[in-house]
Design a protein around this ligand. Structure first.
Ligand SMILES: [Zn+2]
Length: 71
């Protein structure tokens, strides 16, 4: 049989514990090629650039821009 709690936790004790469970905001940084914001360790959703490399095919940004950044 699993161990059971002896007493009910008070409302404040429960809420004090839950105070540490809050979500944190994702830190967004600007894409080097376009004005959109990018999540860390992710390719840009609009132009597909991540760390000077081109990963996703996108019609928004031309190849010229990518070449300009990588140089
Ligand atoms: Zn971008």
């Amino acid at each position: 049989m699993a161990p059971l709690p002896k007493k009910k936790h008070s409302r404040s004790r429960t809420r004090r514990s839950r105070a540490h469970m809050g979500k944190t905001r994702i830190q967004l940084s600007k894409c080097p090629a376009c004005p959109t914001f990018v999540r860390p360790h992710h390719a840009c959703p609009k132009c597909g650039i991540y760390k000077d490399n081109y990963y996703v095919d996108s019609p928004v940004v031309e190849k010229k821009v990518v070449d300009f950044i990588t140089k």
